[in-house]
Every structure is written in structure tokens, then in C-alpha cells.
Write a protein that binds this ligand. Sequence first.
Ligand code: FAD
Length: 392
Amino acid sequence: MTRTAVLLFTRDLRVHDNPALAAAGRDADRVVPLYVDDPARAANPNQRQFLLESLDDLRESLRALGGGLVVRRGDTVAQVKDVLAATGADLVVCASDAGRFAEGMLAGLAAAAELQVVPGPAAVEPGRLLPSGGGDHYKVFTPYWRAWSQAPRRPIAPEPDRLDVPDLPGSHDLPPAEPTATCLPPGGERAALARLDAWAPGSGDYGERHDDLAGDRTSRLSPYLALGCLSARAAADDPRLPEAMVRQLCWRDFHLQVLAAFPALTDTPYRKGASDTWDADLTALEAWRTASTGVDIVDAGMRQLHAEGWMHNRARLITAGYLVKTLGLDWRDGAAHFAAHLVDLDEANNWGNWQWTAGTGNDTRPNRGFNHERQTARFDPEGAYRDRWSRA
Ligand SMILES: Cc1cc2nc3c(=O)[nH]c(=O)nc-3n(C[C@H](O)[C@H](O)[C@H](O)COP(=O)(O)OP(=O)(O)OC[C@H]3O[C@@H](n4cnc5c(N)ncnc54)[C@H](O)[C@@H]3O)c2cc1C
């Protein structure tokens, strides 16, 4: 009997090293590639623009394999059920993920059909590494990094030579994005691989220079990793990448395994007993949001966020540290503003890092001080970053 599977793309918008694509191609005779644009999944207009470009790129790649891409808008489970009925498929293949939305979606799919869940956005799946002292996840980064570096990784998923697709049901027209940033990177797997190829050869000084604000020496691969246009698992073993950068990929996995164990990360302090009382100064919050605090380094970071939908990691630390430690304002408000603009918005990374900065998260020194003048002197000594993002 011919078996048809729905291959549900989520945050794995690529054909290289895609475990869901490999599993569907292997376990079914015919495959229905599907993406559901679910309004319940958090995205902002900048990331949405990037998503639409990434879907176009994915559709082209799937066509080259003999397939195509059905795109639907609505509740994911309802849309998958509709596509199952329209195509006679009886299997859904989908990547794992963490967070409330992903958990709810996977549970709904499991109740609706036979579901095969394959490895998701991490290089090392959440839950694969467990601390020797007990517990369902690592709470501290350094021992996680040690275990992660030595852990065997899953094999790279082979790309099928060809996909057999049945008559595909119709797609929905997706509403266009109306990005707020004026300078966004191009979306899609091809752009991701081109960016990686362009950046990797000169990345030898990443370890020394990744905190240099004006130098802008980081990879800018985060938007591609957030939507899976680039495989973190493949990148983690890319011999061209310096260890210091691979360590950042490990931070990404670290936050994902925290989110998997603690899905309330977006609104509830992760650390038990953490102080979570904040001022309610709306004027100060608005000044921070609109890059008008009068603190040049903070305002420069916020202007970069608004213009590019992206901010240098050191500037994220400074702007976030200023909000929570200097102004004493709620990390949830800061995280929400970042979430409204970041083209690389990633639930685990955004809220995990905000909680880290606020001292409610995984920092082993939750009460560490923050001094924006010292940060400025250290990471933008000549003022080149502040000049680049000055009001003028
Ligand atoms: C308050 C705050 C909010 C953040 N929100 C996000 C977010 O929504 N999405 C996001 O991808 N990153 C977030 N980060 C992490 C980090 O700032 C970005 O990943 C990084 O700046 C992206 O630039 P890059 O790709 O050039 O990084 P590189 O330095 O080239 O690092 C390579 C990759 O490693 C990962 N990475 C790097 N730093 C971190 C980190 N601190 N935590 C987790 N993963 C990391 C990213 O996937 C990144 O693309 C946040 C950091 C802070 C302090």
C-alpha cells in the first residue's frame, strides 16, 4: 500500500541536514510538504518578512527535488487535519521544539494522527544531556558546555534525491509583511549558506573581537538559525568555525533545554526565590524604547535594533542591563520590545537572556553589578559604534 506523509516544516526551513525531510523521504512513498502560518506563533513584522522570503526559497528547493510546498494559514492542527484528509496521508513528520506553542502544537498533532517527531533546532537535543547530580536539565552553562562538547552528535540527515508528491491541495495567500526595519538581511537557506561561506574564512579573530561593538565581527547568522534556514547541528561541526563561536551555539542549545524544562520562561522567574519586583516608571520605559534615554551607548543600541531588526550581542547586554539594573524596570517589558523588533527572535534565546540579565535566570551571579560607563569604555572606547548609531 502506498503511504503518504505530511512533512510539516516549522523552524527547519531548509533542505540540507533536515531530519524531518530525510525521515519523510525514507518512511513514506509520497510526501506532502506543508508549512502552516499559525497566528498563535509569535513573530514580528521584521521576522515575518524574513519568513516569507525563507518560504519562497524553500519552495524553490523542494521544486528542484520534484516536490513543492503547500502553505496554509490558521491553527496548525486544524490545517494539518485538513491536508491529511485532502491527500489521504496518515503520518505526520515534524521536528521537535520547546516552548508553550510548540508543546501544544505537538500534543495536538499527536492526538490527530500518527506523529513522528524528529530532532529539532538544537545541535544536541534538549534532554539528551543530563547533569550527573540529577535533574531533568542543566541549570549552569559551564558543565553543560563540557558535556555538550564531548557528546556524540546525531548523524547529518541526508537530502533525498527526489520527493514523490501526490496532487497537492491548494495553498493560502499569506498576508504580506510590513517590516519596521529598513535594513533586513535576505531570508532563506541559500542566503544562510552564502552568509556562512562569506563569514567563515575571516572568522579566526572572533574569539578576541566578538565583543567589539564597532568591529561588528560576529556572524549575523542568528536570523537563519532562528528559523532553521541553517542547521545548528551542521554548523557545530563545521571545521571552518572557531571554537569560541561554537561555544555560542552551545549557549543556544543551553537556553533551549532550559525552555524545554521550564516553558513558563517568557513570563515567570526561572530561579526559585528570585526577587521579581520592579518599578513602574512608564516615562523611563518609553525613553528606553524610543532610544531617548540620553545615555549614548544605550540609545545607539536601540537605534540599531529599530533600523536593522538586529542588535550586536554586547549592545543587547548593555541595553537590557540598563533597563533592569539601572532603571529597575521589568525584564518582561524589555523582552517584549525586543520581541517586537528582532528578526532573529527566538523564544529560548530572547527570554533566557533577558532572565539571565535580570538575575531571575541562569546566571550563577544573579546580583552582578552593571555600569554602562565601564561597558562603554571597554567595548566602544573610540565611540565608533555610538557615532554610527547617533541620531544624526
Ligand atoms: C537580552 C538579549 C536578548 C537576546 N535575544 C535573542 C533572540 O531573540 N534570538 C537570538 O538568536 N539571540 C538572542 N540573543 C543572543 C545573542 O545576542 C544573539 O544570538 C547574537 O547577537 C546574534 O548575532 P550573531 O548571529 O552575529 O552571533 P554570533 O556571535 O555569531 O553567534 C553565533 C550564534 O550563536 C548563538 N548565540 C550567540 N550568542 C548567544 C547567546 N548569548 N545566547 C544564545 N545563543 C547565542 C546565536 O544563534 C548566534 O547566531 C539575545 C541576547 C540578549 C542579551
